[in-house]
Design a protein around this ligand. Structure first.
Ligand SMILES: CCC/C=C/C(=O)SCCNC(=O)CCNC(=O)[C@H](O)C(C)(C)COP(=O)([O-])OP(=O)([O-])OC[C@H]1O[C@@H](n2cnc3c(N)ncnc32)[C@H](O)[C@@H]1OP(=O)([O-])[O-]
Length: 310
């Protein structure tokens, strides 16, 4: 547990997080698509070839909306610095808790982005600290706002930095953007099943999250897992890809907002089953690991419109 005497909320709120630029090309977008399983079961998949190949002579490849989440990774404190005043944590115990993404216009096939990063939340949960970072990403050329990410990390062992009778909790956004969803009792509108590969995390990490938790058996053991686990954003990518296939009829530009809470780890090689319920322009979803019959992710995806064939 952290030392509550060194905790200073005012210093914390004015703390400046790194704001690295983010540049990407079509190659990055295609590598990412393969990392989240696009064309993984069928290399000629007519819904997905466009993410990795200039299908039918298209000028640009299309970028999956969850690619936006990669932009936010560069600001994450690595634990060896003191990331926020009074908050120290062991980076090996960090888990991705939630991701909220807003997309203001379809992601171009390549871009140079400038980021603005701020603290969106910090909560003392006693056994853990929860840190939330918000990244707003602007296209350098036009100055236009492209997307926003709010990344929540769950820092096991880093709580207890405030008075236990009044645990510190700060949030700069409205509670109606919570990732916690009520899963309907009705039959899902659609269900999509997809296998991850045993090498999935090794492929996915090439998109920029090189945390050894996802590759090194010894590091995974220290973190409390029997073997390396899948990146949460890879699972989220599978889930949203399933929704694009099943509800958006393959059109990724219909997605305008994504929220997901990671409920349990996934081991590469496991089968992901995503159930979806349509509520107006919102898709509530829940993803489970078939082999263990456990929910691993739930949340919602907001759509700009419905597919005409629904
Ligand atoms: C980011 C880049 C690095 C990437 C790393 C990865 O990909 S890692 C791989 C991907 N990630 C994974 O594999 C992680 C998968 N998830 C897990 O393993 C577990 O959900 C856990 C360890 C995060 C929390 O379990 P637990 O039993 O310790 O928690 P509890 O139920 O006792 O609740 C305690 C408090 O915390 C709250 N809270 C709970 N969960 C979340 C959440 N997800 N999010 C936010 N908050 C959460 C809950 O509401 C409660 O607060 P309240 O209500 O008292 O005010």
């Amino acid at each position: 547990m952290a030392d509550s005497s060194s905790f200073d909320p005012q210093r914390l709120l004015s703390h400046k997080f790194p704001e690295p630029d983010f540049n990407y090309t079509e190659r990055d977008a295609a590598l990412y698509a393969l990392g989240i399983g696009a064309c993984g079961q069928d290399a000629t998949d007519s819904d997905e070839l466009k993410y990795v190949y200039h299908e039918k002579g298209q000028q640009f490849i299309q970028v999956l909306p969850t690619f936006a989440a990669l932009i936010s990774l560069g600001s994450l404190p690595n634990g060896s610095d003191v990331p926020v005043p009074g908050l120290e944590f062991d980076p090996r115990l960090l888990l991705h808790g939630q991701q909220h993404i807003e997309i203001y216009k379809p992601l171009p096939s390549k871009a140079s982005l400038r980021n603005e990063v701020s603290l969106a939340g910090l909560h003392d949960k006693g056994k853990a600290a929860i840190l939330e970072l918000e990244t707003r990403s602007y296209e350098k050329e036009s100055g236009e706002l492209l997307c926003m990410n709010r990344m929540t990390v769950y820092l096991r062992g880093a709580g207890g930095f405030s008075n236990p009778s009044r645990p510190f909790s700060y949030s700069n956004y409205s509670t109606n953007q919570s990732s916690v969803v009520r899963i309907p009792k009705s039959q899902p509108f659609a269900v999509f099943e997809d296998c991850t590969q045993p090498s999935q995390a090794l492929l996915y990490r090439l998109s920029g999250d090189y945390n050894s938790l996802h590759a090194d058996p010894m590091v995974a053991k220290v973190a409390g897992f029997s073997r390396p686990i899948l990146h949460g954003l890879c699972t989220l990518g599978y889930a949203v890809r399933a929704i694009i296939k099943s509800v958006c009829k393959g059109d990724p530009t219909m997605v305008k907002g994504i929220c997901g809470r990671f409920l349990l780890h996934v081991y590469p090689g496991e089968t992901l089953v995503t159930e979806m319920w349509l509520e107006d322009l919102r898709v509530i979803y829940q993803t489970s690991v078939k082999e263990r019959n456990r929910s691993v992710l739930s949340g919602y995806v907001d759509l700009r419109r419905l597919a005409s064939s629904l």
